[in-house]
Design a protein around this ligand. Structure first.
Ligand code: 5GP
Length: 121
């Protein structure tokens, strides 16, 4: 699979500081910030600073250090956010996954019961 990264996507602009964001956590390889249109009381987006299009791209090509940093950042966000009662981590990819922003991100959603994972159909 070939992954073509578009450096004009909105998260690339956030990483370059061209668009403001409400940062939750920043580490060497990872940035986490509030979703602009939250779908739950907790709705944080976690993104690598590297140019990866989707989860499978990141999982295949990122360095061990990037993957470790990203994963530990998720743990810190869950620790610090109000998700002790539970949360959902979602990563949409490409057309069938209805991915809007083509820079890999994980949504961390929580703070209320989230219902079933998928509607049938
Ligand atoms: P996707 O559908 O690609 O998984 O999710 C993209 C997410 O990015 C959406 O939940 C959307 O609300 C969020 N988003 C889009 N543009 C911006 C922005 O400029 N700032 C922030 N903080 N979130 C954004």
């Amino acid at each position: 699979m070939r992954f073509d990264y578009d450096d004009q996507n909105i998260f690339a602009k956030i990483l370059r500081g061209e668009i403001p964001n409400k940062t939750v956590l920043e580490t060497e390889h990872t940035l986490a910030f509030e979703d602009i249109a939250p779908q739950a009381p907790v709705h944080v987006l976690v993104i690598p600073k590297g140019a990866y299009v989707s989860y499978d791209h990141f999982a295949r090509d990122a360095s061990d250090a990037e993957i470790l940093d990203f994963t530990r950042a998720v743990a810190r966000i869950c620790e610090e956010a109000d998700v002790e009662a539970g949360f959902r981590a979602i990563s949409n990819a490409r057309a069938h996954g209805v991915q809007e922003v083509p820079h890999f991100h994980v949504h961390i959603l929580g703070g209320r019961p989230l219902g079933r994972m998928l509607e049938r159909g």
